[in-house]
Write a protein of this length. Structure first.
Lengths: 164, 100
């Protein structure tokens, strides 16, 4: 059952990510990215990260992507035009992509020598556990993020304001 | 049963696709979305490692990554709006006055 769920949503995530690259219109890319985020939320649930899965749907797919779609519509972005393609990209792009992929897979595969099988419910990161860790061990970073958010709000307002 | 390493490989595939999109795409909004894809891939790695070590710290880190991504999206999209207002283009190839 878990294997089937993993395969379905992993393929959905990879397919949506490929579609993000394939589509030429930004709206189609944004919708594909929402597909990636939704399938990743299911994978988080399979790994026992309940709180993170909820945050993923609410904040990422809900808030951030709405911001993206809003800006795409506001700027009335059309299809991206094909530019003169460089020979470098045409002949070396795919091999370099495969090389990067092989390197990352090699590096992340090595520490998981024991290769623990994922059992649903083996480790639960619900709101209680997250909250306890966040407000005890990570209180100072949590407070610092509020300053970061404040700076981001001020910066966004200053940048997007129309000059008179 | 699915081994943890499959999640890590999936995260690597998503990260490589995000990096490829960052280099291939010409629209700056799509380039920005590729960055978000890379952040998501790294988040999947964090959650998989949190399961592997049975440690909640990975989830906390993902929480902070999402917060920073939200701030980054707000500021980045404001920059894109400003660029579009000044230059009337979203094509990354046309924004080249800082190129040597």
């Amino acid at each position: 059952m878990q294997l089937i769920l993993f395969l379905i949503f992993a393929l959905l995530a990879v397919g949506s990510a490929v579609n993000l690259l394939w589509q030429r219109h930004p709206i189609s890319s944004a919708l594909s990215l929402i597909g990636v985020m939704g399938s990743l939320a299911v994978l988080y649930l399979l790994l026992g990260a309940e709180f993170i899965a909820a945050i993923q749907v609410i904040v990422y797919a809900g808030a951030i992507m709405v911001l993206f779609v809003f800006v795409i519509m506001l700027l009335n972005a059309g299809e991206e035009e094909r530019t003169r393609r460089s020979l470098f990209a045409r002949f070396l792009g795919l091999p370099l992509f495969v090389l990067l992929l092989a390197q990352i897979v090699y590096v992340v595969y090595k520490p998981s020598a024991g290769d623990l099988p994922v059992q649903f419910g083996g480790f639960i990161g619900g709101a209680r556990e997250i909250g306890r860790a966040l407000f005890r061990d990570y209180l100072l970073p949590f407070e610092v993020t509020s300053v970061l958010i404040l700076v981001a709000i001020v910066g966004a307002v200053v940048l997007a304001r129309s000059e008179r | 049963m699915v081994p943890v390493s499959w999640y890590l490989v999936l995260s690597a595939v998503l990260f490589a696709l995000g990096a490829a999109g960052f280099l291939f795409k010409r629209n700056i909004i799509t380039i920005f979305m590729s960055i978000e894809l890379m952040l998501n891939a790294v988040n999947l790695s964090f959650v998989a490692f949190a399961y592997y070590w049975r440690h909640i710290g990975g989830h906390i880190f993902v929480f902070f990554v999402i917060v920073v991504a939200a701030a980054e999206a707000a500021v980045g999209l404001a920059i894109i709006i400003t660029v579009f207002r000044n230059r009337e283009t979203l094509n990354a190839d046309d924004l080249e006055e800082m190129k040597f």
